[in-house]
Design a protein around this ligand. Sequence first.
Ligand SMILES: N[C@@H](CCC(=O)N[C@@H](CS)C(=O)NCC(=O)O)C(=O)O
Length: 228
Amino acid sequence: MTDRSVTIVIANKAYSSWSMRGWLAVRLADIPFEEIVIPLRETNTRTEILKYSPSAKLPALIDGKVTVWESLAIVEYLAEKHPHAPLWPKDPAARAHARSISSEMHGGFIPMRRGLPMNVRRKLPQPDLNDAAKGDINRIQAIWRDCHRRFNGTMGTGPFLFGGFSAADAMFAPVVTRFDTYGVPLEDHAAAYVAAVLKQPFVAEWIAAAGREPWIIPEFEPEGKDAG
Ligand SMILES: N[C@@H](CCC(=O)N[C@@H](CS)C(=O)NCC(=O)O)C(=O)O
């Protein structure tokens, strides 16, 4: 373990779900870190991101000569380097499950993601969703229900997927904020989980910082009345 700071390069906290996942992983690793925010949709955005991330996408983690991009790769890098950090469950079965649901999140739920764009600063009416997006919402609630039933307490006590807040919760945190933004009707267990994640201190810190950002990207600000 080194105490040299790593740098997490992220996009707007208001809009960038992948950045939120990577940033939460660094907070969970409990290491000194610096943060660089590159706002999306500006004339120099791509050039600025390419200074840090070869994919031209964020987040990227810079640790000395090592660059890691892709949110899930950042989680794995941090978990390897800081094995005592509460990123993955220690129990192999619970860890395999946590990785499976995190990969499912990383690679999927595109209809839900398209239908409910992330905007942690707003409360908005729920747009009409297609069947695929509704199916995603049902599948996500099934994942959460199954996890709470089978793995509750495998990472200590708490209301999160494995008890204590973990990388799996970080991967789903931007889904939680979307469900909150659009007031998506949820099963009781899922509504309780959403409330717990929104109160989690790292998540609350991210949302509060998003509120202080100066940038507004009209493309990510759906028309329609603010629901308050
Ligand atoms: N699969 C990537 C997705 C990264 C991604 O799509 N990031 C978006 C922001 S949320 C981005 O950097 N977009 C660049 C742009 O729009 O110019 C990950 O897991 O990190």
